[in-house]
Design a protein. Sequence first.
Length: 508
Amino acid sequence: QRCESAGCDEALPSASHPPHCATGSKSRTARFNRRSTEPVSEATSGLAARSREKPKIEGKDHSIGYNIGQLGWRLLWVVVVVAALLAAQALRFCVEARGAKSVEVPKQVRPEPSGPALEPADAEVVHSIPEVHRQGATVAGQAIPSPARPAEVQQKGGKRPPSTPAASLGMPERGAREAVKPAKRQQRGGGASRAGSPSRRLQQDIDKLRNGDVEERTSALAAIWQTSSGGPNGVDAVIKAGAAEPLVKLLEDDEAILREAAAATLGVLAGHGPTVKAAIIRARAIPPLVRWLKGDNVHRNVVAALRNLASECGRSQAAIAQAGAIAPLMKILRGGRPELQAEAAATLGNLAGDTLEDHYEKQVAIARAGAIPQLVRLLTGDPAEVRELAAGALRMLATNNADNQVAIAQAGAIGPLVRLLKDEEAKVRQQAAAALGNLAFYESETNYGNQVAVVEAGAVAPLIQMLQTGTPQVQAVAAGTLRNLAARNADNQAFILQAGAAAPLVQV
């Protein structure tokens, strides 16, 4: 070792001279050149190994530190960029929200309930426009004793098609004549059979439905129908007395007059609240009514009873659809008598009501059955009741359903509906306006294409006319339709203002 460090060429004594160290000038060079192959002493090899490894380790530590530093800077830049993007997005949302404050979310046009056969509106979603009243029905959908024309369409944000309110269902003429006979017998001395309190007389009539002959059952049906047509108290009394079950059994009686009278009475009862409807459903009224609907000799009272049962009752809507009523209703819609077509349109509109979570599927099912083109065709039909109820059914099918809104527009409904805004019948104008309003709106969004199409078809001027000359209910529907047409649509807003809508809207 000393020889190597001093660079001398003299050999050390053999006792201390390493065995591999050669003497002479070749000692250092040879050892250096043969370092990787010649054995060296343990101490020398350890020192050389440490001297060679240390720089590599230090270099490696330095490289690792450098890489970590670079990675940290890169992560920092990524965080800064992401934060900037999030801040920009938040700023954009704030600007949009501030700008949206000036435009209220459009709501569904919702005429007032036109009677028991119409679907109620959902106050949480629908714009609070009064519903269409109709002769023979109260605001709460309660039937009025006197016969009336079919009720109007109710909807959630637009109600279902108007159809005959329960109260307007009349007893068959023969039944009315037959009902006079027992009264004459009482005048001759047989009055004991009708003696007693109203509840006792009602119970006697129900017993006759079960056990009497044709004449007795006819007179009993006339009395029960009259009681049911007297309002909620009479309906409650009839239901509590247990009349639903014997009335349902009469739907399959051999006597046609009894079947028609039973259907009329059930239709009057079904025009009231969910408790009454539930009692009729428990009595299993829907299957025989639908079976009768599928036959060749369909009576209007049968369709009207189904219509009233489908009003405001998701359970009965589902039961009627499951019983297979849509197909025969479509058959009537295509080729039935005008009064039956009106009732079928109203019933389909009520079935499309949104009282259940699956109302969208019900709407689509009715549309797939081919209802939309047939209803569009009936917009030009006679009498006015057909046009009114067809427009109401389209309104119900369009309620919060973007797919049906597109299908209705593609079927050519916008033009006829705009023309109906000038119809001589106020109820037709009101239903047409409501349908147009619902075509321009769904959920919390607007249907821009339909908004533009309705305005281009010339709807604004007659709607303004309805604001100026219509009843308060008609004015409310017209205002709601203009609202939906203007929502989030700057071009429509400018056009409506230029047409002179501001002043009548302020007055309303």
